[in-house]
Write a protein that binds this ligand. Sequence first.
Ligand code: AMP
Length: 444
Amino acid sequence: MTDTTTEPTQATFAELGLDDRLLRALAEMGIESPTNVQTQTIPLALDGGDLQVSAETGSGKTAAFLLPLLQQFLNSQQRPAGTQMLVLTPTRELARQINKEGEKFARFTSIKVAALTGGQEMKYQAALLRRDPEIVVATPGRVVDHIKAKNIDLSALACLVFDEADRMFDMGFAEDLNAILEQLPSERQTMLFSATLNHLKVASFARRALNEPRQLSINRSGLPDSIKQQIVLADDEKHKDKLTAKLLNDERYEKAIVFTNTRAKASKLEAYLRYTGLRCGVIHSEFSQDERLRVLNLLRDGRIDILVATDVAARGIDVDGVDLVINYDMTRKGDEHVHRTGRTGRAGKQGTAISLVTATEWNLMHGIERYLKLKFEQRKVPGLEGVFKGPKKLKASGKAAGSKKKKDKNASPKGAAKKAKPKKPANKGVFQVSDDGLAPLKRR
Ligand code: AMP
């Protein structure tokens, strides 16, 4: 059972101590019972202590911190001036989504939620801040801008949330986060959410920013069971292009996201897929905020069915009905695989994640399997089987790779079985990932 599922024995939202006004909003949103991360986090957050939680996108973690934040306001009789609660996120999209969700939860209360992200006028945001919103959701760089412009007063902050903290450090926000910390009172509640708590920078930052936090590790593999994890072997980019187009034509899905590792590939692939007649759009970090939002809305409204994206641009995207994810390129880290495939199978729904794997990505795929303790199901795409059928030999045992014991059709006609010739290392030029899934990309 993963944290996206709800169990009949679990507490209800009312039993978790939420106010009627929040319960009404949840009911209107069709959210009936808490997910595991919500059941575990909400009571602890309401107690007021610091929390360090490892939970994935798709687990319901946003509500796990927003609902107790809102509840704390409803509990308190008076409030000092200045921002009371600050939620920091790595990307603009995620900040906007959290802001939207916060507004929905707060709709039967007088609590104001505001989003501050880059790509929007400072003046407009300064005016928002003058309305003294109780909860501010923001990207770190923009908060620093407002601190410098003296638009924001964080001296009475009661609660600070870091969402997707691992990602914030991967994206280089350490300096901004430290600058923000300097503005805050030491008496406060701090909650840190991260895909993994093993991230070195997050762990060392948490030691400074949090006070004796309770640690919650909600799901060990980080992947809901509701996502089918499959791989398709590929020979090269051309082959991958065809496989992607065929999968997108043949699979049953409502909405799909295709991930590539580079911006150039995302654009090229989207153009190719469109050329084959598929309805798709592309987002990556070179696109303006407006353009990204426009494309996301096309996907939300069903005017396109497929989004081609890079990781940064797709961070935190919450689009209902995404039930297919294709990893055109294998991710370089295990946690990134979780983030990507977490776009589907959300809140317990079924989803499929298909990763295309070339010979140079084989070890990377295997490292992700070990790290996430999952076994990819290998499938074929009829009519598009390639030459690569997995590694030729396992060095230690000398047996054929995979389950086939018969002669490997792919084995080099000469030399594969010859003893005399020293063989090249099987993993030359192959991307490696360590058992913790966190090692940087290395070439051996
Ligand atoms: P998150 O992990 O916060 O990105 O949430 C993933 C999706 O699940 C969002 O669309 C939420 O609106 C939805 N969600 C959050 N909590 C619940 C719940 N208790 N039951 C059903 N859906 C939920």
